[in-house]
Design a protein around this ligand. Sequence first.
Ligand code: SF4
Length: 635
Amino acid sequence: MSSKYAGYMGKVMMVDLSTEAISEYPWSDEQRELYLGGKIMAARILCDHLTGKETAFSEENWVVISTGPLTGTGAPSSARFNISALSPQTGILASSNCGGSFGFHLKKAGYDALILKGKCQGRKWLEINEDQFIFHDCNDLWGTRVSQCQEMLTQLVGKKKFGKLCIGPAGENLVKYAAVISDERAAGRTGMGAVLGWKGLKAITVTGNKTVPIYDKEKTSAWCKKWFAYLQKHPLTGNQLPKVGTAGLVSSMQMRGLLSTKNYSAGQYEHFEDVSGERLAEEFNITNKGCLTCPIRCARTVKVHGKTVKGPELETLGLLGGNICNNDLQKILDWNEQLDDLGMDTISTANTIAWAMEANEKGLWDNGLHFGQLDELSDVFEDIAHRRGIGNELAEGSKRLSQKYGGKEFAMHSKGLELAAYEPRRAVGQGLGYAVSNRGGCHLNGGYLVILEGLGLNVDAQTPKAKADFTMLFQDLMETISASGQCLFTSYAFFPAFLLTKPNGIITQTVNMAAPHVGGAVRLINKCPRVAALHLPVFHHTKMIKLATGMYMDFGKYIQIGERGYTMERYINCKFGISSANDKLPKRLTDVPQDPNEPKTKIPLETMKKTYYAARGWDKNGIPTEATLRRLKIK
Ligand code: SF4
């Protein structure tokens, strides 16, 4: 079904893995207007399909791999693609976003999205070359680690440039938090690798020579140039991220008491400097690297045993550092590479290990794991990926383990997905985000309010005031950025540079002081997108869509698309029984102050949830009301 809008290739393909039949899935311009692409498009497709009875490991669990209209247009940081399906970790809707080049090549082959249904007869890999969809037996590929698999795919496809994604041993063995890897990037969270493993699909490759249409080439190119320059000048996207990557946040988080330490029992790690981004940059970093068309280039390359490999992100440094009482950076580099090669999410793996160490310390589960004793950990990772010994149990994640052995109050997950490295008792808005996030304990899907609460601005981190409204706004913004095919890091430049470079300036201080009192104004923007029917000078995204696709766009419409996506994902989750009772955090975060002398250093979750549900037009049980579903054209 072709599109009147540029940016799209106009085709969504249904791939039946059981019969190997290929057909086109109808997707109209009206749907493109309402859902844009990426994760929101996937949510619409899955909302129409899922009834609430399906499970992650079932033929009915469709996997939607989708791009956005900006993927392949040259827009900054626009080579992202999304994978959505039911998660084996949470049992509810998952979406996992990935860089690499797969999304770009999928569009070059002529497709905006693929839907995988059914299950392969045996084990397969799928080769897509424009209109050819070829299923290959993969007896040689099955069992390989990610790096080996990708090398073999290069030989098999016989081209230098092509899109590829694959799973490693963890996905094959249904580790609940197995990742999908594309080039060096990971769709790490929510266990999408295990879903592909259950379906018997080891890899997909894609090639094509089509061109992504652009509505106004000249103006698009001029806007891209302007935006690239803006990002490169901005202190976060032009300085901090290119220089030290997300790893640079370790030190800032330490200062703020936000660095998860010893399974989130504290927010500061005494040896943080040993595992900081600064040390990584000084002693191990070779250069920074980026996804296609990305001026930010936040990725690190490091040398591990003479080999140049991807360096660790902040989450990996924090969770495989202080959170398990490790101050050996070389070990983190080794493990980071190992986990990627096994196809396993570093966040959930590390969190599960930290829970197991504490469970052992407390005498709940005699598993041989101890904080700070790390020599055997590499073997444990192999055991998890291959489901051997205690690895077989650890492969289930911290939620299931705590249900079996006890210790739920320190199992650091929400809805089954382990939290990122931000200890939220010193950033309560981030705590709310973790709890209500549609995919479980995710900092980004939660709205990333920590950027207001100490990591960018310096808004009172302990007050619940206005946090619900800001959370909704940031969630919706990021939802649409992702749906357009762009990286969420482009949103960092939303904050004018002077607010970050002059933290003690009068304007910055006024903004920090005023923020808790502007919840009403933020809610007005959230509720009445027409009041924001404009393009903001600090937010280049809206004009980019207009110029590249020809679709009308303004800031108000943009955030309403995000709201529609977010509420639709919630609506799907409600079909699977999600309500307010599931929007929760472990008691360690809600009942125990991080500092016993500061009673406010815990998360007033229930208070913030009430405001959040009201802001979103969900009822007091966290269920979207009929009126909200109709207003957003979800029903
Ligand atoms: S900012 Fe980093 S993750 Fe995002 S597109 Fe650029 S290199 Fe990739």
